[in-house]
Design a protein around this ligand. Sequence first.
Ligand code: 13P
Ligand code: SF4
Length: 348
Amino acid sequence: MPATDHAVEAETERLLRALLHVDCEPGRQWNYEACRRLAPLTLEINALKKEKDAVILTHSYVAPEIIYGVGDFKGDSYFLSLKARESKAKIIVFAGVVFMGETAKILSPAATVLVPDRGSGCSLADSLTGDQLRQLKAAYPDAAVVCYINSTADVKAESDVCVTSGNVYDIIARLPQRRVLFVPDRLMGDNVRNELKRRGIDKEIITSDGTCIVHDVFDAQSVADARARFPGLRVVAHPECTPEVAAVADFVGSTGAMMKYVKNTTAPYFLMLTECGLVSRLQVEAPEKNFIGGCRLCPYMKLNSLEKIRDALVSPRPEQIITLDEDLRRRAAHSIERMFALAPADPL
Ligand code: 13P
Ligand code: SF4
């Protein structure tokens, strides 16, 4: 049933109140006209969620109209994994990337898990197959095998424990083995090596060769230039950045921890060395903060759209439905459950 004019007007106002201050993405703005155009679709999706018993999980990098228009939960990989595991809904739509949808299916096998766009890969997850990890394991038989959550279900199934950007240092620090095979993020592996050394923990970290195409391009010289131009600047980086960048940042952490740091810190300016969606979220939730720097987009995250979410809820195409072999799913679940057991109580 089409929404009434009154319902569309009220939804327009709701969207506008949430999105008014978002202006970091060149060429996109969320003024009255834009929100008025989005409103019938967010109303339709929110009605479909009720009708179909669906929940929508949104990673902080997807477009703000998805997060604030139709999302039920928003956050980083760790938080959303917990929400997927807790969910009792018949359908979970994961507005993020495919490995996140796979993780939701691993943790909530009874649910139908949908991803809006099957092409939403990840340069890290796509850098290593289960076969390649098996070969690495054969070369380092005594190593603990630790996978970053940005990995395929096959890689998780071959791993002893999974980690996220919010708990990687603490979990690796707690492992009994000295030698750790950490996949697939080489730069995060470098950051782990440095951080554990700083903590006085003796570990040998061996990595595979993946990097995140969004975070691997930030450089320390640009940070120095920005500090010279903006006195009092706070630099906030994700651990997928290079160790050179991590070394000059004021804070390094998961997207959830980065948000918390900015909200709790008083500074004239912030430089966020991460995907632009996090700046959008902060412009919504901390509109008094000032951000400098360009806007780097994750091309995979940005494949999500309201239209694709609506179509998946109305009638999912086969490629939008996550399916996993049950034996593989169980083995992958083991590494993620081990993460939940080892993770600090509040990863933020
Ligand atoms: P977070 O878990 O910190 O949100 O990181 C996910 C990710 O893909 C970062 O590029
Ligand atoms: Fe993967 Fe990087 Fe995109 Fe995160 S930002 S989903 S690590 S490509």
